[in-house]
Design a protein around this ligand. Structure first.
Ligand code: UDP
Length: 308
């Protein structure tokens, strides 16, 4: 089979390319490299793999069959989408439209990388797929949240109106090798700070929660979903919830770091709680995460240690 991965040179996209190649598929990796990097795919030496530099908000022209489309292109860290607000809206809006049009033309199975951000600062916890969310459309995170909400609507519309075989994965916080060191997200930031003996910057009082999933678990869940007959959104993430403060302490323990914790202001609209209800993925896909946070963090820390 032949797959297109948009955002294929990004963190999740590049792991997806690796996984698809390991299953024997041909992979077209598409990226405009504004947040992705060729370093993430430079290890791939496989005649079944090609890279195309292209911005998916523009018309996508691919000759021949395409069996799967994974639409993973988007800035995905808060500092990236604050820096690139219009491009974030365009890739979620226009990019989703272009990739869905391609899926229709090629009769490909399609999956949209959606996000727990569509739940905004949730008023219920854990979040299950029937929760509609609590999003500030004009706040700093609105460009990402609303682009992904629009993208979900567009994806469902292509399923209903054109019968495209679409799928929507709501991805919760994920970590692993290849997250950009300076992308501002809590995992690479704390690991970088701890390994360099710098103070760990906890935003707010550190009582806000997140639930972190190791990348290999997430990728397997995504593949199960695109090959399923489930067209409604499915949460994929690890339900183990912890506060940012607990997470900072865990990183310091695993790195044996002499660092201390310092406090910085909580960014505007930073969600106070985030934890996936994964009952749907467990029941319908027989998927749940297998890698413990300690195990995943050890592998991630080892990877960063070689690069710092
Ligand atoms: N955070 C933090 N210090 C940092 C970076 C992030 O305390 O240096 C917090 C941030 O305020 C948020 C959580 O860690 O509550 C996760 O942030 P991240 O940027 O990784 O992603 P988010 O889940 O907010 O999209």
């Amino acid at each position: 089979m032949r797959a297109l991965v948009t955002g294929g040179a990004g963190f999740l996209g590049s792991h997806l390319c690796d996984y698809l190649l390991s299953l024997g598929h041909k992979v077209i990796c598409m990226d405009n490299l504004i947040t992705g990097t060729l370093d993430n795919i430079s290890h791939i030496n496989d005649e079944k793999f090609i890279f195309i530099k292209h911005n998916v908000t523009e018309y996508i022209d691919i000759a021949g069959d395409v069996d799967f489309i994974f639409h993973f292109a988007s800035p995905a860290s808060p500092i990236d989408y604050l820096r690139l607000p219009i491009q974030t809206l365009k890739v979620g809006g226009l990019g989703t439209h272009k990739t869905l049009g391609l899926a229709e033309a090629k009769r490909a199975a399609y999956i949209l990388a959606s996000t727990s951000e569509i739940y905004g600062d949730p008023l219920v916890s854990p979040q299950n797929e029937s929760y509609w969310g609590n999003v500030n459309p004009v706040g700093p995170r609105g460009v990402y949240d609303e682009a992904k909400r629009f993208a979900e609507s567009m994806t469902i519309a292509y399923f209903k109106e054109h019968g495209v075989n679409t799928h929507i994965v709501r991805i919760f916080n994920t970590f692993g090798p290849r997250m950009r060191l300076n992308d501002g997200r809590v995992v690479p930031t704390f690991i970088y700070q701890a390994l360099r003996g710098e103070d760990l910057t906890v935003f707010g009082d550190g009582s806000q929660t997140r639930s972190f999933c190791y990348v290999s678990d997430l990728i397997k869940g995504i593949y199960k979903l695109i090959t399923s007959d489930i067209h409604t959104p499915v949460n994929i993430g690890n339900p183990l919830e912890m506060t940012v403060m607990e997470f900072a302490n865990l990183i310091m323990k695993l790195t044996n770091s002499p660092s201390k914790i310092i406090y910085r202001p909580l960014p505007t609209d930073d969600p106070k709680k985030r934890r996936p209800d994964i009952t749907k993925a467990k029941t319908l896909l027989n998927w749940e995460p297998k890698i413990s946070i300690e195990e995943g963090l050890k592998a991630t820390i080892d990877w960063y240690r070689k690069r710092i």
